[in-house]
Design a protein around this ligand. Structure first.
Ligand code: MV4
Length: 449
């Protein structure tokens, strides 16, 4: 199979480094793009070539489609890997690549459009017989229709933006009298954030777990699921800790949720790597929530328990290769946990950019650090504050937790504040240790006892 000779990575930070490494292992040359704030960035150093695409402001650099396409053209790059965030879920970017005869390493523009319209994706899955949380049929037109729909579903309900993401345009409505004002707030917020104020309604599931399934699909329609991840530990809609597999899953549950994910992916003729997100309620009822049409931050925990390099598979699929395995070749073993280390004040959760005066990442058996940080590097204030992902692998969850605690204690980051102390606190929490937690874990956790 002839893979690409050269790939441009349209991203920065740890994910750009992660993709460059996969390319080099495959014998593929790499092109980094960078903003003026990233001249000293690790991805620039590790790539075979690097091109400055504009000023620090993302809208003028990492989101600048013409600049990135030009960079690919002048370097003879045959393909672009978008990483996560930035242009990774922009169907116009996929089309711009196609027009310039550059392969976009990811799903089709149509896949991205379906996944990006949460209300439409929900309708599609419902029509295909995949369970969805009781809710409105598509977006609601106005507050009267919202009220009618909410009364039918029963309070509490949650309003969600069709174009949503990151919790913006989302409101929980406890009782009918609050619906109109919360509807208008959510609509305004959604419009400001996405240029689209469409809202849909779902029954609000109080104690939920967020469980997602990683899938891979080749261009001929062959698909596999790579087990699930539990991403219930989140704060302000930012995941903080992810694990694989879902601790409470047995073989029967794994097959059930895996088959649901494949059914969802088939319904949208999905290709390349993707994630189907589900809500689990207290009784382990599974409901489709949304599709993520990109490589995700937390993909390494799946790699650790399957032994599969998901980025390499993305590249092979984009080059036209068929999946090298079938579902029964996928074997999960052990347990993996990821802690997202942010350059943040762990008490106030506000960004803490600045110069890293000393950076000594942990190592040893079963410890992986995905990062673009190094001693002497200055964390720019222009971008996301994720500076490292600490990923551990243990025979079981207990060993993984012990390893994570050991690795977090070893991790030295001086000059800036990080979320390392916060993670250590979570790992000592009895509810976390028991595995018995839901998405409101951190709300309870942050309250004084
Ligand atoms: C929900 C939910 C309960 N019921 N949907 C969706 C996006 C993700 N970031 C949070 N989401 C949720 N969707 C239904 N039908 C609960 C959440 C949720 C949440 C909601 C409001 C405030 C904080 C939250 C934390 C985790 C999950």
């Amino acid at each position: 199979m002839q893979l690409f000779k050269k790939i441009l990575i349209a991203n920065r930070g740890e994910i750009a480094v992660r993709v460059i490494r996969a390319c080099h292992e495959l014998g593929i040359h790499t092109v980094a793009v960078y903003s003026e704030a990233d001249k000293e960035a690790l991805h620039v150093r590790l790539a075979d070539e690097a091109i400055c695409i504009g000023p620090a402001l993302s809208s003028q650099s990492y989101l600048n489609i013409p600049a990135i396409i030009s960079a690919a053209e002048i370097t003879d790059s045959e393909a672009i890997h978008p990483g996560y965030g930035f242009l990774s879920e922009n169907p116009h970017f996929v089309e711009a690549c196609t027009s310039s005869k550059i392969t976009f390493i990811g799903p089709s523009a149509e896949n991205i459009r379906t996944g990006g319209d949460k209300s439409r994706a929900r309708q599609l899955m419902k029509r295909k017989g995949i369970p969805v949380v009781p809710g409105s049929d598509g977006p609601v037109r106005d507050e009267e229709e919202a009220a009618k729909s909410a009364k039918k579903i029963g309070f509490p309900v949650i309003l969600k933006a069709s174009a949503g993401g990151g919790g913006r345009g989302m409101r929980i409505v406890q009782e009918e009298k609050d619906l109109a004002s919360l509807y208008h707030m959510a609509q305004k917020e959604a419009f400001a954030a996405f240029g689209n104020g469409d809202l849909y309604i779902e029954k609000y599931i109080l104690e939920m777990r967020h469980v997602e399934v990683q899938i891979l699909a080749d261009n001929k329609g062959s698909m596999v699921y790579l087990g699930e991840r539990d991403c219930s530990i989140q704060r302000r809609h930012q995941k903080l800790i992810e694990e694989a597999p879902y601790f409470l899953a047995n073989a029967k549950f794994r097959k059930k949720i895996g088959d649901m994910a494949i059914k969802a992916a088939k319904a949208m003729r999905y290709r390349n790597a993707g994630t189907i997100e589900f809500i689990l309620d207290k009784d382990e009822q599974v409901y489709f929530m949304e599709v993520n049409t990109r490589i995700q931050v937390e993909h390494p925990v799946t790699e650790m328990i399957t032994g599969i390099d998901i980025i390499k598979e993305q590249i092979r699929i984009a080059a036209g290769a068929l999946l090298p395995f079938k579902q029964n070749n996928i074997k999960l073993s052990g347990h993996s946990i990821e802690c997202r280390i942010n350059a943040e004040d762990p008490e106030k959760f506000i960004p803490s950019p600045g110069k890293i005066t000393l950076f000594i990442p942990p190592g040893g058996h079963g410890v992986r650090v995905d990062t673009a940080a190094y001693t002497g590097w200055t964390v720019p204030s222009n971008y996301d504050s994720l500076i490292a992902k600490l990923i551990v692998y243990g025979r079981d969850r207990e060993e993984a937790i012990a390893k994570m605690k050991r690795a977090l204690r070893e991790f030295v980051v001086e000059g800036i504040k990080t979320t390392i102390p916060f993670h250590l606190k979570i790992l000592d929490n009895p509810e976390f240790i028991s595995g018995n937690f839901t998405t409101n874990f951190l709300e309870k956790f942050n309250k004084p006892v």
